[in-house]
Design a protein. Structure first.
Length: 212
């Protein structure tokens, strides 16, 4: 089961991946509204917190949930410099973010994360940030993409650590996944790899202004 919770003023998507049999749950990108996320975790068994990248709108409630459940936090260490980066004055206050702890484990290309009878594979996708990663379930045919890929767009590259050339290389890597892979984006609606290959201007070569 997958639950997508849209939280905070930037309408960021926090993702709960739930194994139906064991109720073991992976929390991905808890960016805001910690109490709302906590309510959705009732009767579930959180086992870890994952971050697709280190921006505060994606890690703003990691500290709160880690304290509630005493579970490990996983992220690519290349983004560690971002978890205390306010990006612009008042950003943390706007998000009501709590201090984010350093990751307990560094995630890198090909790492596996198991919960219940489910398994995720880490795909490194730098560009939006240096340590951007996606989580891919080959069995269930979905990709949690964070801000690497949106429906019809991509994450901006003009923030600290952003690199457009790296992002384009990352997008090319993602297009190698099956077309029917459902993409759960960091903001906005879901899409599929096939749809983005057909229509996303960053993949087809026609660019437009980023939204995030």
């Amino acid at each position: 089961m997958i639950k997508i919770l849209t939280v905070g003023p930037l309408e960021e998507n926090t993702v709960l991946l739930i194994d139906d049999e064991t109720k073991e749950t992976v929390i991905i990108d808890p960016g805001a509204e910690g109490e709302k996320i906590l309510t959705e975790l009732k009767d579930l068994k959180p086992v870890c917190i994952l971050a697709t990248h280190g921006h505060l709108d994606h890690v703003g409630q990691v500290g709160f949930l880690k304290e509630q459940f005493n579970i490990p936090f996983y992220m690519n260490e290349k983004d560690s410099f971002l978890i205390s980066n306010n990006i612009f004055p008042g950003f943390a206050e706007m998000l009501k973010a709590v201090p984010c702890p350093d990751p307990d484990f560094n995630l890198k290309e090909g790492d596996k994360i198991s919960f219940g009878r489910q398994e995720l594979t880490v795909i490194e996708t730098p560009g939006h940030t240096p340590g951007g990663i996606c989580f891919y379930s080959e069995k269930e045919k979905y990709l949690v993409a964070g801000d690497t890929l949106f429906r019809g767009s991509v994450g901006r590259t003009d923030l600290p650590g952003g690199d457009e050339k790296e992002l384009l290389r990352s997008l090319k890597k993602l297009t190698e996944l099956p077309d029917d892979t459902v993409v759960i984006c960091g903001h906005g609606p879901n899409t599929t790899i096939g749809e983005e290959k057909r229509s996303n201007p960053y993949i087809t070569g026609r660019y437009k202004i980023n939204l995030w």
